[in-house]
Design a protein around this ligand. Structure first.
Ligand SMILES: Nc1ncnc2c1ncn2[C@@H]1O[C@H](COP(=O)(O)OP(=O)(O)OP(=O)(O)O)[C@@H](O)[C@H]1O
Ligand SMILES: [Mg+2]
Length: 256
């Protein structure tokens, strides 16, 4: 069984992790994608999941939310074993998910997309429109009338409207213009200040490491490297074996 991911401080070590994966082997049907994954995320902290195309980042997210098949091991959220919990109940318990393809409902308006399944709490409509002002101006536009950046903002707003305690973000910066990257960085900082726990899958290592406390890098579905994010930022060469050099030392090429 895999070692669980080291906790960043003695103070945090005293707390039970909000998310814990131990010895996780998972995939789709009989196909194994992830093997022997161990992660322990302290409440209020952020974990970067790095890795090249097809290394299993999305499958890790799906395993946590219950959209992939857990073959072996445990997924615990706030101490509760999630193995038998269906996807909708994991959401209800506080696991928010912003999928890589955003999954905006094309025939619903921005407001309707945002409020589908919404629950009362900190992230109400006013606060969400405050977080993403461009969405407020487009509240009556339909999902299929939005730009990629607007869809990404809406996908995050919709996940927050369910009042999660853990938010999984799957490559939220993919394909966004620099101005929108800035907007998302500001939002991310605000989410961190709110105490939300975050798992961020990202191919652009430098971007992700600057936003998180800890990082893991996947190679062919296994954890090839785990370290404090700042330590990897200070020594990007450590990622050379698991990511391309370009991804670790250059700013991502961004396009709308
Ligand atoms: N529904 C599925 N059924 C079978 N295999 C799948 C399925 N979805 C993904 N895979 C396989 O699982 C592996 C990991 O894919 P995954 O999407 O998790 O990688 P990723 O790291 O998120 O990639 P990317 O950076 O391109 O988003 C790939 O080999 C992929 O072909
Ligand atoms: Mg993916």
């Amino acid at each position: 069984m895999a070692e669980t991911f080291p906790l960043p401080s003695t103070q945090r070590a005293a707390e039970a992790p909000i998310l814990e994966l131990a010895g996780v082997t998972a995939g789709y049907g009989a196909t194994v994608v992830l093997e022997d994954i161990g992660v322990a995320l302290p409440a209020g902290s952020a974990l970067a999941v790095l890795g090249r195309n097809g290394t299993g980042k999305t499958t890790l997210m799906r395993t946590i939310v219950g959209q992939a098949d857990l073959h072996r091991g445990h997924v615990r959220f706030d101490g509760l074993d999630m193995a038998s919990e269906p996807c909708w109940r994991r959401t209800r318990l506080g696991v928010g998910y912003v999928p890589q393809d955003r999954d905006i409902f094309p025939s619903l308006t921005v407001l309707e997309n945002m409020t589908v399944g919404a629950r009362p709490g900190r992230w109400d409509t006013d606060r969400l429109f405050g977080l993403f002002p461009p969405l407020a101006n487009r509240r009556r536009h339909f999902g299929n009338q939005l730009s990629g950046g607007e869809q990404q903002m809406l996908a995050i707003a919709r996940a927050l409207a369910l009042q999660p305690r853990l938010l999984l973000l799957d490559e939220p910066f993919e394909g966004l213009a620099p101005a929108l990257v800035e907007t998302l960085l500001r939002v991310f900082a605000e989410l961190r200040r709110s105490g939300l726990s975050i798992v961020l899958a990202e191919q652009h290592a430098r971007l992700a490491l600057g936003m998180t406390d800890e990082a893991i890098a996947l190679v062919r579905g296994r954890i090839a490297l785990e370290a404090a994010s700042h330590a990897l930022l200070d020594a990007p060469g450590r990622l050379d074996d698991v990511l391309t050099v370009q991804q670790t030392v250059t700013t991502p090429k961004l396009q709308e």
